[in-house]
Write a protein that binds this ligand. Structure first.
Ligand code: FMN
Length: 192
Protein backbone atom coordinates (compact mmCIF):
# COMPACT_ATOMS: atom_id res chain seq x y z
CA UNK A 1 0.00 0.00 0.00
CA UNK A 2 1.41 3.38 -1.06
CA UNK A 3 0.52 6.38 1.01
CA UNK A 4 1.91 9.82 1.54
CA UNK A 5 1.33 12.94 3.59
CA UNK A 6 -0.96 14.07 0.79
CA UNK A 7 -3.19 10.97 0.91
CA UNK A 8 -3.25 10.91 4.72
CA UNK A 9 -3.53 14.64 5.39
CA UNK A 10 -3.33 17.46 2.89
CA UNK A 11 -5.55 15.99 0.17
CA UNK A 12 -7.75 13.79 2.36
CA UNK A 13 -11.20 15.24 3.05
CA UNK A 14 -14.25 14.58 5.20
CA UNK A 15 -16.51 13.04 2.58
CA UNK A 16 -20.27 13.46 2.30
CA UNK A 17 -20.96 11.22 -0.69
CA UNK A 18 -19.58 7.73 -1.38
CA UNK A 19 -19.82 5.16 -4.16
CA UNK A 20 -22.23 3.06 -2.06
CA UNK A 21 -20.08 -0.09 -2.05
CA UNK A 22 -19.52 -1.91 1.23
CA UNK A 23 -16.00 -2.75 2.41
CA UNK A 24 -15.15 -6.40 3.01
CA UNK A 25 -15.11 -7.70 6.58
CA UNK A 26 -11.34 -8.18 6.11
CA UNK A 27 -10.95 -4.48 5.23
CA UNK A 28 -12.88 -3.46 8.35
CA UNK A 29 -10.69 -5.67 10.48
CA UNK A 30 -7.55 -4.29 8.80
CA UNK A 31 -8.61 -0.74 9.74
CA UNK A 32 -9.04 -1.82 13.37
CA UNK A 33 -5.75 -3.73 13.40
CA UNK A 34 -3.90 -0.50 12.50
CA UNK A 35 -5.92 1.93 14.58
CA UNK A 36 -5.54 -0.15 17.76
CA UNK A 37 -1.96 1.08 18.07
CA UNK A 38 -3.08 4.57 19.05
CA UNK A 39 -1.49 5.63 22.33
CA UNK A 40 -3.92 5.99 25.24
CA UNK A 41 -3.50 6.80 28.93
CA UNK A 42 -2.44 3.64 30.77
CA UNK A 43 -3.12 1.80 27.50
CA UNK A 44 -6.80 2.06 28.48
CA UNK A 45 -8.13 1.63 24.90
CA UNK A 46 -11.69 2.87 25.66
CA UNK A 47 -12.75 2.99 21.97
CA UNK A 48 -15.40 0.48 20.97
CA UNK A 49 -16.69 0.10 17.40
CA UNK A 50 -19.81 -1.28 15.79
CA UNK A 51 -19.12 -1.77 12.10
CA UNK A 52 -22.31 -1.41 10.07
CA UNK A 53 -21.94 -3.32 6.84
CA UNK A 54 -25.24 -4.48 5.37
CA UNK A 55 -27.97 -2.55 3.56
CA UNK A 56 -30.40 -3.39 6.37
CA UNK A 57 -28.09 -2.21 9.16
CA UNK A 58 -27.11 0.95 7.24
CA UNK A 59 -30.85 1.76 6.93
CA UNK A 60 -31.20 1.20 10.67
CA UNK A 61 -28.30 3.59 11.27
CA UNK A 62 -29.76 6.15 8.85
CA UNK A 63 -33.02 6.10 10.85
CA UNK A 64 -30.98 7.46 13.82
CA UNK A 65 -29.31 10.24 11.77
CA UNK A 66 -30.40 13.85 12.14
CA UNK A 67 -32.11 15.20 8.98
CA UNK A 68 -28.98 16.64 7.39
CA UNK A 69 -27.10 13.32 7.72
CA UNK A 70 -29.81 10.90 6.62
CA UNK A 71 -29.18 10.76 2.86
CA UNK A 72 -25.40 10.58 3.38
CA UNK A 73 -25.83 7.57 5.66
CA UNK A 74 -28.46 5.81 3.50
CA UNK A 75 -26.36 5.94 0.35
CA UNK A 76 -23.06 4.75 1.89
CA UNK A 77 -22.14 1.05 1.98
CA UNK A 78 -20.23 0.86 5.27
CA UNK A 79 -19.85 2.80 8.48
CA UNK A 80 -18.23 2.54 11.88
CA UNK A 81 -20.10 3.70 14.96
CA UNK A 82 -17.40 4.84 17.37
CA UNK A 83 -18.19 4.57 21.07
CA UNK A 84 -16.35 4.87 24.37
CA UNK A 85 -16.86 2.26 27.06
CA UNK A 86 -17.55 3.51 30.59
CA UNK A 87 -16.35 0.10 31.76
CA UNK A 88 -12.98 0.47 29.99
CA UNK A 89 -11.13 0.04 33.31
CA UNK A 90 -12.39 -3.56 33.62
CA UNK A 91 -9.71 -4.47 31.05
CA UNK A 92 -6.75 -3.00 32.94
CA UNK A 93 -5.51 -6.35 34.29
CA UNK A 94 -5.07 -7.42 30.65
CA UNK A 95 -4.16 -4.11 28.98
CA UNK A 96 -1.93 -2.63 31.66
CA UNK A 97 -0.19 -5.45 33.57
CA UNK A 98 2.41 -2.89 34.71
CA UNK A 99 -0.22 -0.84 36.60
CA UNK A 100 0.26 -0.79 40.35
CA UNK A 101 -3.45 -0.26 41.12
CA UNK A 102 -5.47 -1.63 38.21
CA UNK A 103 -8.72 -1.38 40.17
CA UNK A 104 -8.27 2.26 41.28
CA UNK A 105 -10.53 3.64 38.53
CA UNK A 106 -13.49 1.67 39.88
CA UNK A 107 -13.85 4.25 42.67
CA UNK A 108 -13.64 7.30 40.38
CA UNK A 109 -16.79 9.46 40.04
CA UNK A 110 -18.59 8.91 36.75
CA UNK A 111 -17.77 12.35 35.32
CA UNK A 112 -14.05 11.67 35.76
CA UNK A 113 -14.41 8.21 34.18
CA UNK A 114 -16.32 9.74 31.26
CA UNK A 115 -13.82 12.58 30.67
CA UNK A 116 -10.96 10.07 30.63
CA UNK A 117 -12.84 7.73 28.28
CA UNK A 118 -13.81 10.50 25.83
CA UNK A 119 -10.32 12.02 25.72
CA UNK A 120 -8.65 8.69 24.97
CA UNK A 121 -11.36 7.36 22.64
CA UNK A 122 -11.11 10.60 20.62
CA UNK A 123 -7.40 10.02 20.19
CA UNK A 124 -8.19 6.53 18.95
CA UNK A 125 -10.86 7.99 16.64
CA UNK A 126 -8.23 10.20 14.99
CA UNK A 127 -5.98 7.19 14.50
CA UNK A 128 -8.97 5.25 13.12
CA UNK A 129 -9.49 7.85 10.37
CA UNK A 130 -5.81 7.94 9.45
CA UNK A 131 -5.68 4.10 9.46
CA UNK A 132 -8.62 3.93 7.03
CA UNK A 133 -6.93 6.49 4.78
CA UNK A 134 -3.64 4.57 4.93
CA UNK A 135 -5.50 1.51 3.63
CA UNK A 136 -6.91 3.53 0.74
CA UNK A 137 -10.40 4.35 2.06
CA UNK A 138 -12.12 7.68 2.52
CA UNK A 139 -13.92 8.71 5.70
CA UNK A 140 -16.95 10.82 6.54
CA UNK A 141 -16.97 11.54 10.28
CA UNK A 142 -20.36 12.70 11.56
CA UNK A 143 -21.67 13.52 15.02
CA UNK A 144 -25.21 14.49 14.02
CA UNK A 145 -27.19 11.46 15.24
CA UNK A 146 -29.91 10.88 17.82
CA UNK A 147 -27.64 9.62 20.59
CA UNK A 148 -30.35 7.77 22.54
CA UNK A 149 -31.56 6.04 19.39
CA UNK A 150 -28.05 4.88 18.41
CA UNK A 151 -27.28 3.68 21.92
CA UNK A 152 -30.53 1.71 22.27
CA UNK A 153 -30.40 0.20 18.76
CA UNK A 154 -26.69 -0.63 18.62
CA UNK A 155 -25.18 -0.72 22.12
CA UNK A 156 -27.92 -2.46 24.06
CA UNK A 157 -26.69 -4.32 27.15
CA UNK A 158 -23.38 -2.41 27.31
CA UNK A 159 -22.11 0.77 28.93
CA UNK A 160 -20.87 2.03 25.57
CA UNK A 161 -21.64 5.68 24.81
CA UNK A 162 -22.01 7.20 21.36
CA UNK A 163 -19.11 9.29 20.09
CA UNK A 164 -19.53 9.63 16.30
CA UNK A 165 -20.14 7.76 13.06
CA UNK A 166 -17.45 7.40 10.40
CA UNK A 167 -18.81 6.64 6.92
CA UNK A 168 -16.37 4.48 4.95
CA UNK A 169 -15.74 3.86 1.26
CA UNK A 170 -14.56 5.75 -1.80
CA UNK A 171 -15.56 9.38 -1.52
CA UNK A 172 -16.72 11.63 -4.36
CA UNK A 173 -14.46 14.71 -4.33
CA UNK A 174 -16.78 16.49 -6.80
CA UNK A 175 -19.55 16.54 -4.16
CA UNK A 176 -17.43 18.53 -1.68
CA UNK A 177 -17.30 22.24 -0.90
CA UNK A 178 -13.83 23.73 -1.25
CA UNK A 179 -11.65 22.96 1.78
CA UNK A 180 -12.31 25.41 4.63
CA UNK A 181 -9.26 27.15 6.11
CA UNK A 182 -7.38 25.95 9.18
CA UNK A 183 -5.87 28.12 11.88
CA UNK A 184 -2.37 29.26 10.98
CA UNK A 185 0.64 28.21 13.03
CA UNK A 186 0.71 31.72 14.55
CA UNK A 187 -2.97 31.52 15.55
CA UNK A 188 -2.85 28.05 17.07
CA UNK A 189 0.67 27.56 18.38
CA UNK A 190 3.30 28.99 20.64
CA UNK A 191 6.98 28.02 20.81
CA UNK A 192 8.40 28.88 24.19
C1 FMN B 1 -16.58 14.64 15.43
C2 FMN B 1 -17.04 15.15 14.08
C3 FMN B 1 -18.39 15.38 13.88
C4 FMN B 1 -18.83 15.80 12.61
N1 FMN B 1 -20.18 15.91 12.37
C5 FMN B 1 -20.61 16.08 11.09
C6 FMN B 1 -22.00 15.95 10.78
O1 FMN B 1 -22.83 15.67 11.63
N2 FMN B 1 -22.37 16.12 9.48
C7 FMN B 1 -21.47 16.42 8.50
O2 FMN B 1 -21.87 16.55 7.34
N3 FMN B 1 -20.14 16.56 8.77
C8 FMN B 1 -19.69 16.38 10.04
N4 FMN B 1 -18.34 16.44 10.32
C9 FMN B 1 -17.38 16.77 9.25
C10 FMN B 1 -16.66 18.12 9.53
O3 FMN B 1 -17.52 19.17 9.18
C11 FMN B 1 -15.36 18.13 8.71
O4 FMN B 1 -14.50 17.14 9.27
C12 FMN B 1 -14.65 19.48 8.76
O5 FMN B 1 -15.45 20.48 8.20
C13 FMN B 1 -13.32 19.43 7.99
O6 FMN B 1 -13.57 19.04 6.66
P1 FMN B 1 -12.34 18.51 5.74
O7 FMN B 1 -11.75 17.32 6.47
O8 FMN B 1 -12.96 18.09 4.44
O9 FMN B 1 -11.39 19.62 5.60
C14 FMN B 1 -17.88 16.06 11.57
C15 FMN B 1 -16.52 15.84 11.82
C16 FMN B 1 -16.10 15.38 13.04
C17 FMN B 1 -14.61 15.09 13.24
Amino acid sequence: MQFSKESLFTEARSHKQFDGKALSDDDLQAIYELSKFAPTANNSCPLRIVFVNTIESMQRLASCALDFNQDKTKTTGSAAILAYDLDFHHEFAYLAPHMKQPTAHASWPIDRIERYAIANANLQAGFFIVAARALGFDCGPMGGFDVNAVESKFFNGTRWKFNCVVLLGRGDYSALHPRAPRLSFEQACRII
